[in-house]
Unconditional design. Structure first.
Length: 270
């Protein structure tokens, strides 16, 4: 739901300011909640884990940029392949192993993502902008790596402490984002009605994001990210209903295969 509202607001609020507003609100909302849940017991990360939190925050900052490209029902589905990166890294570095059904699900995700990403011949001939494919793939790799780093951090300091320090670090990263994205520095009109969808979307994103990060205390990264990434089914339906998006039959099949693969990965718990 958050993605749909944010996507509607991109006409007035660029990804840079989505990141800035998102992180400022996170700094206001997240620390009080995790302090209360943790009984005001926060573990201070070592310099190496602090670096892990910083890098994961940098990767997460690509999210709004990625979904701003192309139609949300398509880009969002390609991005939803991010569990593949998390699974591979967790397999190599965290010794996480999956069931056969989950590996079959990974193949479904990859094949479905390719089916969605392949452009129609007409699009090629007309020179249609296909940058959304590369943004979606880059977003999937970076977000999946960010989730792996999140699990590394949570394993050392716990999810409450990770969320607490992530909310602080992300504001710093927003400053770097502001320096890099010089094209979109102009301050939007936040108090206009046109900002309302962005504000609602960011609040929903923050609420869902906190629940997602808390989940890392209760299971392996490979399973958490794949169960959560079933969201494309909801994104597609909402994008069609509220954004007026249309998809081809082939792309619909690709989305269905991707979602089926995500379900296999999530349900195939060893």
């Amino acid at each position: 739901m958050g993605q749909v509202f944010v996507k509607r607001g991109f006409a007035n609020i660029p990804p840079l300011w989505n990141n800035i507003v998102n992180n400022l609100l996170a700094l206001i909302l997240w620390p009080p909640v995790v302090l209360w849940l943790s009984g005001f017991s926060i573990n201070v990360p070592s310099p190496s884990i602090f670096s892990v939190i910083f890098i994961s925050s940098c990767f997460y900052h690509t999210f709004f940029y990625a979904i701003s490209k192309g139609r949300l029902s398509l880009t969002g589905t390609v991005i939803a392949g991010y569990p593949v990166a998390t699974i591979v890294l967790s397999f190599v570095f965290l010794n996480e192993r999956l069931a056969l059904l989950q590996y079959i699900g990974i193949l479904f995700i990859l094949s479905g993502g390719v089916t969605v990403a392949l452009p129609e011949r007409v699009e090629r001939e007309n020179g249609k902008d296909l940058s959304w494919i590369w943004w979606g793939m880059a977003g999937a790799v970076l977000l999946g790596t960010g989730d792996f780093l999140t699990k590394v951090s949570v394993n050392h300091i716990g999810s409450y402490s990770h969320i607490f320090f992530l909310s602080i670090v992300s504001v710093i990263v927003s400053g770097l984002n502001f320096l890099i994205d010089s094209k979109n520095r102009s301050t939007p009109r936040f108090f206009k009605v046109s900002f309302r969808p962005t504000f609602i979307g960011i609040l929903l994103h923050l609420f869902g994001g906190m629940l997602f990060l808390l989940a890392f205390d209760y299971g392996g990264a490979s399973l958490i990210v794949t169960v959560s990434s079933v969201y494309p089914a909801f994104v597609v339906l909402l994008a069609i209903r509220f954004l007026g998006e249309k998809i081809s039959r082939r792309q619909a099949m690709g989305i269905a295969v991707t979602v089926l693969g995500l379900l296999f990965v999530g349900l195939g718990t060893a």
